[in-house]
Design a protein around this ligand. Structure first.
Ligand code: G3I
Ligand code: 9MR
Ligand code: ZN
Length: 764
């Protein structure tokens, strides 16, 4: 049976999250503790790839065959007896409670210090097994406690979204050791990455916090009891064998097609309206694409430049339909910018403006300055990503990309359907200003330093923005945030001057003041680190010299000549490279200096020019069959890195007029729009196959993916439990799962959209 894998999975998972709602800590909501009828997720890995398909399909083709079931009755799939003197394979999670784990007489001892205010305030959990739909399991363990109390165990829960249980029980425990044993059938879709959990926070019926006490666990086992009705795990999708941009091409673009085949010699471009073949091309020699572990060949169909709808056919498969037309990127561009509007925090997004993503005002309460009793208004700005934190370094990159898109490509659109449309200021600058206005509030009036971020102490549940009502904290001032602030404020003072002199002045003054803070540190810089009790996005970065140089450069360009004599010293401290990431950011300084070529710093400009073009050349030499420059290093948010490389190439083209750089930039854009080994258009809502279940709270709540988001994409590091379970052993460029739990491959972020916006702006 062929299954509509992706779409079916999406509908079930998202509707589950919607149905249940989320329980915040402190709110005793039955929802999270109900073993409900919600469906689980099933996009998983199988051992063997299926035969070459002649049609482009991401559908799973595995048939549920009994012989494929990889467990049998009696198999012990989790076993912890603590005989080695350790604390087993448990990870710890605190949400308001506190505890210490140790081994006492070969048992696991949980010394509870504080019970917090919800059942999962103290949690230990274990990931690393699978539950098959229809199979029956037995969970058993020995338990005792120094006091009479209730705890909860879960033979499995979904590891993300609403975290609902597949099996759970609340048990009363006390000094006498009990042997607990329970059978359960996995009634939901098979889960390749469930989580076994013991919750030891506060319980209804407990009269306040019981104070310090000990809980002991031993001989924890999960055993397969019956597989008669078990379903096999679905395999990873079969990825298309022939890939191009799913959005298409401008008539004048260079156009490449990549086929995963050693032997395929030719391809035909078919006009899908007439069914006629309009072009036959010959593939180049095969090469090994190590990032995806495939033999590939590249073809060129640049010659096809008549507007129309086409597909490319080969002997091993064909592409999706795509367009060749003027303005082919206009919609995706508008949508990518609009994503930022939909991420706006602190205001009511009305139904008329935001449709499914409407929400009342959010996060408007004053934030607590961490470690003090002071409070400060820092409302506004964009939610960073799938979470609702607002982080300065992430915001700075985004703002910079938007300002550059405006400056390099003269984007003037003032009708993009945002509240400021029609005000005479290009909407892209209005959108960036929404973040700049917020960032100004992030500056400490006294010192001029800039708080690293504002967020709750922990990530919120999968709720809409206005439902995250926990206290907000201003994390400590950091040098990276402050230097990034200086850079974008200084630049904004120039960019916005023609539209609003007062605002430009305000930005300039704020930049100079923040620079004063950095100067006052006398070079004693340290990277930001989360305090122990703040676990939201860290954006840690110990390499601060690039931020300092960027700040100094933009100040100089904005007319603050005091930094002139120090520029060379600052530059000498910057490591080689020219990057546009949130951590390594020197490329922005280099580019702005090279395009504006200010007087009086010839030596600096020479060095900057060398650094910039050395990096460009190094990347150029790395380009593989897909035009990728990552070799096999696909990090978290690789689609941003790829888009950043595209930007860098486009910058090189802008500086030199060399069209070859434009071609290379364009290939990075083609990749994120579909010309990649996974065959995904990584912008939600666009192309033939795009991510359906992003790790993005508003999308999870709405039950559909917000459009126009660039998704993180392949991450060889397998940095979440779902990815670890499902993608283990896959080559880096294929380490991607369209699953809501996979935050390290399937989230979206403002600063991933912004380089995409820059690349798309270049096509306008
Ligand atoms: O620096 C190393 C590099 O040397 C190495 O070659 C490479 C190998 O893959 O890894 C690099 O480090 C990675 C780093 O990002 C820089 O790319 C880390 O492994 C990776 O864990 C780290 O991921 C970051 C992630 O937060 C976790 O800190 C992402 O860049 C960053 O985009 C992401 O940001 C999150 C926020 O914290 C919270 N909001 C959502 C947002 C997006 O997921
Ligand atoms: O939802 C969080 C996402 O926005 C972040 O990018 C990610 C990494 O910092 O963390 C996500 O939160 C996860 C947390 O780190 C671990 N427990 C599961 C959370 C996601 O459901
Ligand atoms: Zn908000």
């Amino acid at each position: 049976m062929r299954k509509k894998g992706m779409h079916r999975i999406l509908a079930l998972t998202l509707s589950g999250a919607m149905m249940l709602g989320m329980a915040g800590c402190g709110k005793k909501d039955e929802a999270t503790t109900t073993a409900a009828t919600t469906e689980a997720v099933t996009e998983v890995k199988t051992e063997a790839k299926t035969e070459a398909s002649t049609e482009p399909a991401t559908e799973a083709v595995t048939e549920a065959k009994k012989e494929d079931i990889n467990v049998k009755p009696g198999d012990v799939i989790v076993h912890m007896d603590f005989e080695d003197g350790g604390t087993g394979k448990f990870a710890e999670y605190r949400n308001g409670g506190d505890f210490e784990l140790s081994n006492e007489n070969n048992k696991l001892k949980i010394h509870i210090l504080r019970c917090g205010s919800c059942d999962y305030a103290n949690q230990i959990y274990y990931d690393g097994y699978q539950l098959l739909q229809g199979a029956e399991y037995t969970i058993s363990f020995d338990v005792s406690s120094s006091i009479e109390r209730t705890i909860q165990y879960r033979g499995g829960q979904i590891n993300g979204g609403d975290y609902h249980a597949y099996q759970e029980d609340n048990i009363k425990i006390g000094p006498e050791e009990q042997h607990i044993s329970a059978d359960f059938v996995m009634s939901e879709d098979s889960d390749p990455a469930p989580r076994m959990v013991f919750n030891m926070g506060i319980w209804e019926g407990m009269e306040g916090d019981p104070g310090e006490h000990d809980i002991y666990l031993d001989n924890i086992e999960l055993v397969v009891k019956d597989v008669t009705n078990a379903q096999v795990l679905e395999g990873l999708p079969e990825y298309p064998k022939v890939n191009v941009s799913q959005i298409g091409y401008l008539p004048s673009d260079e156009k490449k097609v990549v086929v995963k085949s050693q032997t395929t010699e030719t391809f035909q471009v078919i006009d899908t309206a007439s069914g006629k073949e309009v072009f036959t091309g010959t593939f180049g020699p095969f090469s090994f694409h190590s990032a995806s572990n495939d033999l590939v060949r590249v073809g060129d169909f640049t010659e096809v430049n008549t507007p129309g709808t086409y597909k490319i056919v080969t002997d091993v498969g064909e592409t999706y339909e795509f367009k060749i037309a003027e303005g082919v990127y206009d919609d995706v561009y508008a949508s990518a910018v609009r994503m930022l509007f939909l991420q706006r925090c602190g205001i009511n997004l009305s139904n008329a403006e935001a449709g499914d993503f409407a929400h009342p005002e959010c996060h408007t309460q004053e934030a607590i300055v961490y470690g003090t009793s002071e409070k400060k208004d820092v409302s506004g700005g964009w939610h960073d990503a799938g979470d609702y934190g607002r982080y300065v370094v992430a915001g700075a990159k985004t703002i910079q990309d938007l300002m550059l898109a405006y400056e390099d490509y003269g984007i003037k659109d003032d009708n993009m359907d945002i509240p400021e449309s029609g005000n005479g200021v290009p909407d892209i600058l209005d959108e960036a200003r929404y973040e700049l206005d917020w960032m100004l509030k992030m500056q400490d009036e006294k010192t001029g330093g800039v708080y690293h971020k504002v967020s709750g102490l922990v990530f919120p549940e999968a709720v809409s923005p206005d439902q995250e009502t926990a206290d907000m904290y201003l994390a400590p001032i950091s040098v990276t945030a402050t230097a990034d602030f200086v850079a974008v404020m200084a630049k904004a003072s120039q960019t916005y001057a023609p539209f609003d002199q007062d605002f430009a002045k305000k930005c300039y003054d704020a930049a100079v003041k923040a620079w004063g803070y950095i100067q006052s540190l006398n070079g004693n810089y340290e990277g930001y680190k989360n305090p122990d009790d703040i676990v939201t996005g860290e954006y840690p970065d110990n390499g601060i010299k690039d931020e300092i140089f960027w700040a100094a450069s933009e100040l100089y360009l904005a007319g603050y000549t005091d930094v002139k004599d120090q520029l060379k010293t600052y530059l000498d401290a910057v490591p080689i490279g020219a990057e546009l990431g949130w951590a390594d950011i020197s490329g922005y300084a280099y580019y702005d200096l090279l395009r504006q070529k200010p007087d009086g710093i010839g030596e600096v400009l020479d060095d900057v020019n060398k650094r910039f073009f050395n990096r460009v050349q190094q990347l150029e030499e790395r380009a593989d069959a897909y035009g990728m420059m990552l070799e096999t290093n696909y990090p978290w948010g690789s689609n941003m890195t790829i888009a950043n490389f595209g930007m860098l190439m486009k910058m090189a083209a802008n500086l030199t007029g060399d069209e070859n750089y434009t071609k290379m930039a364009k290939r990075q854009l083609d990749y994120v729009l579909g010309a990649n080994p996974l065959g995904y258009c990584f912008v939600t809502g666009y192309g033939s196959v795009s991510p359906q279940q992003p790790h993005h709270r508003p999308s999870q709540v709405a039950g559909k993916a917000m459009e126009g988001m660039l998704i993180g994409g392949a991450n060889g590091g397998l940095e979440d439990s779902y990815a670890k379970a499902v993608l283990y052993g896959q080559p880096p460029a294929l380490c991607y799962a369209d699953n809501v739990q996979s935050y390290s491959t399937n989230e979206s972020a403002i600063y991933w959209n912004s380089p995409l916006i820059y690349l798309l702006a270049a096509t306008k």
